[in-house]
Design a binder for this molecule. Sequence first.
Ligand code: ARG
Length: 454
Amino acid sequence: MTLWGGRFSTKLNEQAWDLNSSLPVDQRMAIQDVDGSLAWAKALHLAGILQDEEHASIALGLDTVKKEFISGKFSFIDSDEDIHTAVERRLMDLIGSTAGKLHTGRSRNDQVATDFRMWMLQAIPELDAALKDVQSSLVENAESAGKTIMPGYTHLQRAQPILLSHWWLSHYWPLQRDRERLFDLTARVSILPLGSAALAGTPVSVNRNVLAKSLGFAKPSRNSLDAVSDRDFAAEYLFCATMVGIHLSKLAEQIVLYTSAEFGFFELSDAFSTGSSIMPQKKNPDMFELTRGKAGTMIGMLTGLLATLKGLPSTYDKDLQEDKQPVFQATDTLLKILPVIAGALRTITAKPERMRNAIDSFMMATDLADYLVSKGIPFRETHSIAGKAVREAGEKNIGLDELPLEAYQALCPAFEADVYQVFDPMKSIEKRNAIGGTSLQSVKKQITECRKNL
Ligand code: ARG
């Protein structure tokens, strides 16, 4: 039996029923659905639609339903089409026909949008906590990296030396922006659709301001037509989640690369790596590859939801039922990935010697140009002189630090014996002392700032 069977002569075709039913997905919003109904029953009571005893009976029945969900004792039956009808059906079992008064002035259209927003309001802090833990692991690694130096890359070509701690923290800030984005989004999720009914608004004289507060929303929606169709919050949430996925995938790609024998900058702990069924020597970074891979799936889900929303006729359309699955899946994916990443980062071993050996004197070519700048020569000229030195050393197959002083002085008379000091990578690092640079002092300040957000 459906809750809308009155005008139909036959029951829904079985396969059509299967296609139509959303219970497997939306049963996840069971608690939100019951809480929304409890608040609605109270609003109906205040509006004089429910008598004292009727309200008491409905509230008691809903409490029982909620307890059944919490204890896992709730049993769905075949005719439950979605979570909203399942709750109402069970209430009917428990308290009889009074249950039929609960849906007065309400529609599943405003109900589902309300449930979904309530679900999201509790999911955001959960995601935030998981993100924060990964941030903590990055700060811990930055702290224990001390003065370890490594090559910094652009275009994946050796560029300039940096502190390992600076590199770790370069993955902290994207996650900080993700957390800020989720926090900003909360204001737009916290708009209550309940009281919009099917599309035109509820005929019941409910105080929607009070209703909104009672359900933890900032305020009620202002246009019922918009309220039942607005899924911006779902798209935005998916974007936020996908952006997290993209950030994690960039970190993952670097870990995959840096744990290869060619780089050898890190070694993963056994607890967070896997072996090969054929090659006994293998230690694979599967967790990071999966992280990289799942970002692709998330991009697909975001694109899919945006495509669903595009060009929908006003107001509620059944297409909107497609909104929840990607949001739930993206959330589950992140809540699975984030703790694994945090654990893997906390147990990774850095190889300072490998990192140091990957820094060559050519990476200080900018410092060589800057050296001549300190002698009063314009940077555009010094860049060219340093370039010539690079070419000459390259042709001789020696390092920049091995090029004799006479060769330097032939390129520019301003070179003096102290030029060789620029090839100390730590000196190069220490010069980058402005806010946001890689110097020890600057990174120390950065760590203090990072800690403040945790
Ligand atoms: N299961 C539906 C959804 O997720 C609930 C709303 C149904 N509304 C309707 N008019 N059939 O969107």
